[in-house]
Design a protein around this ligand. Structure first.
Ligand code: AMP
Length: 116
């Protein structure tokens, strides 16, 4: 799918908007969140515009595995040895603010449960 012109994360993929990149693979990009909620807060996204995790189709199975691999690579690079949390918000009730699938990788502190 082509980049969506008014999608913030598509514009990061096309480099129209700068980001603090930490990893780039063929189908996946990872960059630091501009408003970090932990010492490590990285967003892992597919380059393809997919609105959320709920919009994944069977054809994305390999991409999904690659995204998970990128999450683990980010955690390894940032040495979040004490553990880390992976979050993806889907829709307004969950607080999704950017409609391009992204996995938050959070680490460097302890987290409460249940989440707020
Ligand atoms: P969500 O609310 O789950 O959709 O997460 C969107 C995330 O994108 C938030 O944590 C924002 O801080 C982050 N964000 C928004 N704009 C940018 C940007 N230009 N670069 C990096 N992160 C961003």
């Amino acid at each position: 799918m082509d980049p969506v012109p008014d999608c913030l994360f598509c514009r990061i993929v096309t480099r129209e908007i700068p980001a603090d990149l930490v990893l780039e693979w063929e189908d996946v990009l990872a960059f630091r969140d501009v408003n970090p909620q932990a010492a490590v807060h990285v967003l892992v996204i597919p380059k393809e515009h997919i609105p959320s995790l709920a919009a994944l189709e069977q054809r994305h199975d390999r991409l999904l595995a690659t995204l998970v691999g990128a999450v683990n690579e980010v955690a390894r690079q940032d040495a979040v040895d004490g553990g880390f949390r992976v979050v993806t918000n889907i829709g307004p009730d969950a607080g999704q603010s950017v409609d391009h699938l992204h996995l938050h990788v959070l680490g460097g502190r302890s987290f409460g449960w249940p989440p707020g």
